[in-house]
Design a protein around this ligand. Sequence first.
Ligand code: ATP
Ligand code: MG
Ligand code: FE
Length: 345
Amino acid sequence: MLILGLETSCDETGVALYDTDRGLLAHALFSQIDIHVEYGGVVPELASRDHVRKTLPLIEEVMTEAGVSPADIDGIAYTAGPGLVGALMVGATLARSLAWGWGVPVLGVHHMEGHLLAPMLEEEHPEFPFVALLVSGGHTQLVRVDGIGQYKLLGESLDDAAGEAFDKAAKMLGLPYPGGPHIARLAEKGNPERFHFPRPMVNRPGLDFSFSGLKTYTLNTVEDCRVDGEVSQQDKADIARAFEDAVVGTLVIKCRRALQQEGLKTLVMAGGVSANSNLRAELKMALAKEQAQVFYPAPVFCTDNGAMIAYAGAQRLKAGQVDTEDTRVRPRWPMEELPPVAGAA
Ligand code: ATP
Ligand code: MG
Ligand code: FE
């Protein structure tokens, strides 16, 4: 079954073709970063307008690359939420129009389920059940996964998401949006011994997170380092390092705790922050000590992309799930509300 996947929930237009027998055939991505960078964050109206411009050309691009014609396509999947409502509506409208024109089924997919299943695109992929750490720009969640659509939320951030904390800390250090990769690069030159930032909520039981205190701590440290209005490059690198170590340390502690609580040995990490190489290395090391294994997507499939939507959509379309007339995009959409896919456990 050949599925066209469209991702337009935020500031990336992602398009991909996934075949349930042959795997990923082609994928293309356009990032709107240059459009939003001067505003220091995503401007929703500009995001929607650019998805209108980019989605159809990207669809043509992947179809040409894969040598696929409309008659070959068996279904279309698009991101129906959560995300920016205008941006979601662009993808939904295009997906449904094409599906109607081509006479194929169409299905709205949950963006975070897309992230969660992205590691399944890899040659070496995890088996159910597992614990998933979803760490992105808008979410920080630990989820028990017993199969596709069988999700139990174990814990989540009570305030900022991890990616959001990276983006805000980057702004304090004068780094561009999105800040995660810039902090990571700067942190490599930082001295890990200079500052020790708090690991929020690790001394309390439970699996929830909080990153807003870390943000304040970062801001205060930046201010303490300011001399004649300036913060030196080395100070910035040392702060970036301490910040990254604190986020990574917190995530590692909570992941181990979640695996212990659930009695599982497999952890899956996905979402933009899972591209962080320190986080990947530290988790791998910490889990190896307990004979547990961690799986993550290839770096290109950690942040938003069409491949994860095509994959998640393919699993559900294959099981006969389709949109109904009253399907709407859902800017907010708890993942636990998703229906299970029979046989996918
Ligand atoms: P959501 O998926 O929750 O709706 P989103 O789609 O905006 O949010 P993603 O595209 O999955 O989020 O991830 C973007 C986030 O990942 C940004 O906050 C960015 O700073 C962060 N990020 C990307 N690369 C890295 C990295 N190497 N280290 C840390 N953070 C990173
Ligand atoms: Mg993004
Ligand atoms: Fe995302």
